[in-house]
Design a protein around this ligand. Structure first.
Ligand code: TYC
Length: 133
């Protein structure tokens, strides 16, 4: 709910901001062509907020076999063999790698599924999630 009197949008650059009482003054705010049309058309305002996005992060360890990591990436995140290998090698070399970005309701179950796949096979493979700025 928007309270009465709440300012939803500041006047845009170039909008006529003549003082009260100037209405009707000849030439107070004259416009021509496209500028005139733009002034009449209110800027569309977003009615729904974009959901926050979460990164799924692959964490390196010293025990999970490389091919197993790639297989999990392919199965859970639907990446290609080539992409899976690149993601795995980035985590291997740098410690972590962002696998993908999703809404929270998708990111968290995928991270859990990947981590559980490692656990079921006896590996400490880990995926975490982190909100994007
Ligand atoms: N470092 C592991 C190895 O050398 C491979 C690996 C890569 C494990 C990425 C986890 O997130 C990972 N066998």
């Amino acid at each position: 709910m928007v309270e009465q009197g709440t300012v939803l949008a500041a006047p845009r650059a170039g909008a006529c901001r003549s003082r009260a009482g100037s209405a009707g003054e000849a030439g107070a705010c004259e416009r021509t062509g496209a500028d005139k049309d733009a002034a009449l058309k209110p800027k569309p305002r977003r009615k729904t907020q974009r959901p926050r996005l979460y990164k799924v992060i692959l964490v390196n360890d010293d025990f999970t076999p490389r091919d197993f990591v790639v297989a999990v990436l392919k199965a859970v995140f639907r990446v290609s063999e080539d992409q899976g290998r690149r993601i795995m090698m980035t985590a291997h070399r740098r410690g972590v790698c962002v696998v993908a970005v999703y809404t929270r309701d998708v990111a968290e179950p995928k991270a859990t599924e990947g981590t559980e796949a490692g656990k079921a096979a006896g590996y400490p493979l880990m995926f975490t999630t982190e909100p994007e700025e």
